[in-house]
Design a protein around this ligand. Sequence first.
Ligand SMILES: Cc1cc2nc3c(=O)[nH]c(=O)nc-3n(C[C@H](O)[C@H](O)[C@H](O)COP(=O)(O)OP(=O)(O)OC[C@H]3O[C@@H](n4cnc5c(N)ncnc54)[C@H](O)[C@@H]3O)c2cc1C
Ligand SMILES: NC(=O)C1=CN([C@@H]2O[C@H](COP(=O)(O)OP(=O)(O)OC[C@H]3O[C@@H](n4cnc5c(N)ncnc54)[C@H](OP(=O)(O)O)[C@@H]3O)[C@@H](O)[C@H]2O)C=CC1
Ligand SMILES: CC(C)=CCC[C@@H](C)[C@H]1CC[C@@]2(C)C3=C(CC[C@]12C)[C@@]1(C)CC[C@H](O)C(C)(C)[C@@H]1CC3
Length: 519
Amino acid sequence: MSNKTKNGHGVQEEIHNKNPAEKSWLAYILIHYRWVFVCFFLLPLSLVYDIYHLARSWVIFKLNSAPKKHDERVKFVQQQVREWNQQGRSTPMCTARPGWQTISFRQPKYKKTLFNVKVNLIDVLEIDTEKKTVRVEPLVSMGQLSATLNPLGWTIPILPEMDDLTVGGLIMGTGIETSSHKHGLFQHICVSYELVMADGSAVKCSKEENSDLYYAIPWSYGTLGFLTAVEIEIIPALQFVRLEYQSVSSLDEACRVFQEQTLKDENNQFVEGLMFSLNRGVIMTANMVNSAEPGKLNVISRWYKPWFFKHVESFWGQEPHVEYIPTRDYFHRHSRSIFWEIQDIIPFGNHPVFRYLFGWMVPPKVSLLKLTQGETVKELYENNHFIQDMLVPMTTLKDALLCFEKEVKIYPVWLCPFKLPMAPGMLRSPSGKQEMYVDIGTYGVPKVNNFHPVETTRRVESFVRSVNGFQMLYADSYMTEAEFHSMFDHTLYNQMRKKYDCDKAFPRVYGKVSRAARD
Ligand SMILES: Cc1cc2nc3c(=O)[nH]c(=O)nc-3n(C[C@H](O)[C@H](O)[C@H](O)COP(=O)(O)OP(=O)(O)OC[C@H]3O[C@@H](n4cnc5c(N)ncnc54)[C@H](O)[C@@H]3O)c2cc1C
Ligand SMILES: NC(=O)C1=CN([C@@H]2O[C@H](COP(=O)(O)OP(=O)(O)OC[C@H]3O[C@@H](n4cnc5c(N)ncnc54)[C@H](OP(=O)(O)O)[C@@H]3O)[C@@H](O)[C@H]2O)C=CC1
Ligand SMILES: CC(C)=CCC[C@@H](C)[C@H]1CC[C@@]2(C)C3=C(CC[C@]12C)[C@@]1(C)CC[C@H](O)C(C)(C)[C@@H]1CC3
């Protein structure tokens, strides 16, 4: 925490020097004492919100009312789209989900001007253990899905970390987790999509049926149609995860061990790396198991447990260490500390006194943080924070880490390998074959002197394009439209836009994800 706190204060002083408007006492309090508001207002509110939501979905599930209501809800989406057609297709459409509720870093500006279609589809519809699929509506969240499936002994093969990520957002955008080196991205575990198209018709697509549409949907950001249901693969979930921590002490060793564990060892169900500096890291490999060795169980979700990334750091410089963690706790291991972002929000959040007294209320909900951040905090993040996930070929990992060190020097760095199968769509494998990639996640305050939010990001984007990588688009993207087109293959997307008459119906992807489209 010391690094961050030190750095955080440095940044705060810098802001005060730079921006006279923020010298007001209110700005001072908002920046330095955000934790007061978060601890005494947002945490209890988050708790009430979560309890209400869980209770609601529990009741709905027990009453088994969601499947019966589903058709009605889809008809309502169709009805709105037909009305839009009748009104002369004057402004393009988007979903009516308010921007503050989404996980993406910014608020989407376009929601204010486009025709908003309500797609309130929030329930788990059906678990088919014979076919090994779960059918869900698009607003089902990852926390809801793991709470539903795990007690029944199932899980989806890729369960992206943050509780509030939704199935719809993860498909229309993308989703990744530490099992992605085996299963690919979130889209690759989806069996079929049901959509309402621009003309109001309902269409189903899968590898067998309307396969062109099926491959075009991922990364289309809701610009081909509205998703209404998805069938996702499920696999058996064992009770625990056996997690092995391996310390690495140089960049070369980190890249070598991480690649070996990803590429060579077919047995690792989960692979993750955390770099605490360019030469200091811990590589974690894990497998689901049904029993834990005595004395080695660590229930990391208990309220008094330290932040997971701090726990991981404690293994640096040690011999390899084995621990058993309940499976659902593993899936949500970085949730309580919002990866490491919580350090900037509640700086003393990892102190034992805080954990014992308030630990059961964390984390504050990202949506509520977003809703209440105000202009001052927004500007603070705008100018002094860097949040990016870059997906680069595994062979370029070392160069990529050097690039991030030079441009931002933010640690920890999150490393997550994933398989990029050869398939049509936005992501093109450069070799034309299946390739292994790695997601490099950097979230925090840059420690270099020449950080500039736009120029630095553009330099990193340029590096990523040069190695045939991709940028995750939930954060800021400063690429020009031409650069964006050179990163993402729009061939199939353009065909589908034409085939399903999308031009007047939806903006193009770039129009939704570029920095200019977000506030
Ligand atoms: C402050 C706070 C922080 C939290 N942080 C996290 C976190 O970091 N990570 C996290 O994952 N959770 C978090 N939660 C949620 C918490 O873990 C829930 O209390 C938990 O999900 C409840 O689990 P349960 O096993 O009691 O499930 P239940 O209460 O029984 O059910 C939960 C959900 O499962 C569904 N369900 C139940 N049975 C079935 C079935 N047979 N088939 C299909 N669906 C079914 C219900 O519809 C409901 O949506 C947090 C909650 C709070 C209040
Ligand atoms: N571990 C991981 O994989 C992580 C992933 N992320 C990213 O977060 C984002 C997901 O956040 P989330 O809050 O769930 O989603 P959002 O509400 O931000 O939605 C993301 C996009 O998907 C579109 N979309 C969502 N639902 C539908 C639907 N039913 N029909 C049509 N379009 C839809 C939205 O369209 P519209 O604009 O019209 O609302 C929007 O463009 C993704 O971009 C993901 O990559 C972030 C953190 C971690
Ligand atoms: C691929 C993976 C694992 C991505 C993880 C990304 C997370 C670290 C991101 C997703 C949403 C995210 C950008 C967010 C924030 C931090 C980093 C997050 C949590 C915060 C909470 C930082 C504080 C800000 O004031 C604000 C509340 C707007 C955002 C909200 C989104």
